[in-house]
Structure formats: C-alpha cells, structure tokens
Design a protein around this ligand. Structure first.
Ligand SMILES: Nc1ncnc2c1ncn2[C@@H]1O[C@H](COP(=O)(O)OP(=O)(O)OP(=O)(O)O)[C@@H](O)[C@H]1O
Ligand SMILES: [Mg+2]
Length: 254
C-alpha cells in the first residue's frame, strides 16, 4: 500500500510455538482512519498477530510500529496507553459487574490519578471518577446498550460483545482491534454490528477486524489482508482479494 497515512505497520513478524511456525515473515500495513480486515482459515495466525501487537508474548523476529514507534517489548497495558484497544475472540467481560462498571474499567486504562490519590480520595481523583462515569455512559449509549445498570453476565451474547467493544472504546483508542466480533451473532445482529463499526470508523478510529463472516468483511472493509498457515497470501482491496486464486484455494481447500 503506497498512498495515505499508516497507523500500524507489521514488519517481518515471525513466531514459533514449539515446532510450529505460526507467523512466517508477516508484513502488512494498517492505513489510518480505514477498516482493515485480517482474514484466513482457522489456525492461520490471525489472533497470534493481535496477541503480538498487544504484547501478550514476544515475537521471535520482526517489528511492529504504531505511528512510527516500535511496540516491541511493551507490556499490554502500555500498548493500551499508546492508543490501541482490542476485544477478544471469546468474550472477556466481568459477568458479576454492571455494564457501566465493565466499561469504566476501560476508561481507567488512561487515567492520570495514581494509587495514593485513589486511596486518599483526593479531589483530583473524584473529578476524574466523575469524568470516567460520564465518558462511559456516553460510549454505552453510543453503542445502543440500554441496560447500563444490569449485570453484564446476564446480557445476550450480542449485548456482551457490545459491552466489550464499549470497554475498548472507553480507553479512547486510535486503533480498535476486534477478534471475530460477529461470531455467534444472527444476521440481524451482525448488520447492527456492521453499522456500529462503520460509525466508529466515521469518528476517525482506525479498525483492524478479524472476522470469518465474509459478507461483513467484504461489506465494510477498505483493505483486506489474508493469512493461511502463518503465511500472508494476499493483501489489497476487498474486490481484488475476493478473486485471488490463492485465497479461493485456501478457503475452498483446493
Ligand atoms: N499460545 C500458544 N501455544 C501454542 N500454540 C499456539 C498458541 N497460540 C496459538 N497457537 C497455535 O498457532 C496457530 C495459529 O493460531 P491462531 O489462534 O493465531 O489462529 P487464528 O487464525 O486466530 O484461528 P481461528 O480462526 O481459529 O481463531 C494454531 O495452530 C494454534 O493452535
Ligand atoms: Mg483466532
């Protein structure tokens, strides 16, 4: 990709788990302000790329640049502070906490008050808490979640997925990475999700979307990167990737 600004650049990523080469020299760019989809059959290495970006484990080789700065070696919480938020393939929420409290956890990722402020309930801490509550309520409403005081664990799957997205957005990311947000959703729920993602994109947040639902991917993505068995096999606009022989072979298994 040559034109436009790039927010994230993965350069020559290599990761081996035991004898298995899970990422083999993966390079791609995520253009600023666009929706990029990272797709590929099961076990292709998609979640591993997200885990590498978010500092879940070190890479064997390669570099990840966010706005030109290397993320290598950063702990996950530092990656969030840089402006990257993610959701997980299996929803990770606090089921016994309310929706609002779940989302407020995301806001806390970027707050300035420290432990001592919190312990002593200093005015700065109280002001920050009020701002966090307000910001969380705004994000919850923006995603159309009506039950902010309900226990998150009692929501439907789509509700829980929205809570996870809201929590990620609450950290005010520049890059939002979603790992299979549509899995387990009905057609109607997936359409709702697509609208929400388009709106998030229109607000200037860059999205990196891992997804198996090809209608969703082809419907909302500006750019698609395809992995297969840890190799990148295609990278380009959705219409060209859709016709790519290697992609068709990977998906059809021929
Ligand atoms: N922590 C780990 N230890 C060992 N092997 C792992 C680990 N994480 C992933 N793998 C292996 O790496 C390969 C890629 O896994 P990954 O989860 O990245 O695939 P994926 O593209 O996200 O697949 P899916 O679409 O099924 O979610 C798989 O063979 C998986 O079993
Ligand atoms: Mg995965």
């Amino acid at each position: 990709m040559k034109e436009g600004k790039v927010i994230l650049e993965c350069c020559g990523l290599r990761k081996r788990f035991g004898g298995l080469m899970v990422l083999n020299n993966i390079s791609f760019q995520v253009p600023t302000g666009k929706i990029t989809a990272l797709i590929g059959p099961n076990g292709a290495g998609k979640t591993t790329v997200l885990n590498a970006i978010t500092g879940v484990f070190p890479l064997d080789e390669g570099n990840i640049l966010f706005k030109g700065h290397s993320l290598n070696g950063l702990k996950s919480f530092k990656v969030v502070e840089c402006g990257i938020a993610r959701t997980f393939q299996n929803v990770r929420i606090f089921p016994d906490m309310t929706v609002l409290d779940n989302v407020m956890v995301g806001c806390h990722a970027k707050t300035r008050s420290g432990f001592i402020d919190a312990l002593l309930h200093l005015p700065a801490m109280r002001r920050e808490e009020t701002a966090i509550r307000q910001c969380s309520i705004e994000v919850i409403e923006r995603l159309g979640i009506s039950e902010k005081d309900t226990l998150a664990g009692s929501l439907s799957l789509v509700g829980q997925k929205k809570v996870e997205i809201a929590r990620a957005l609450a950290s005010r990311p520049e890059l939002l990475m979603l790992d299979e947000p549509a899995s387990g959703l009905s057609g109607d729920e997936t359409r709702q999700l697509a609208e929400a993602l388009i709106e998030i994109g229109q607000e200037g947040i860059t999205i990196l979307l891992i997804e198996h639902d090809m209608n969703l991917v082809m419907g909302i993505s500006d750019h698609v990167v395809v992995l297969n068995y840890g190799e990148k096999i295609a990278d380009g606009p959705p219409e060209s990737v859709q016709k790519n022989d290697r992609v068709l072979a990977a998906y059809l298994g021929c």
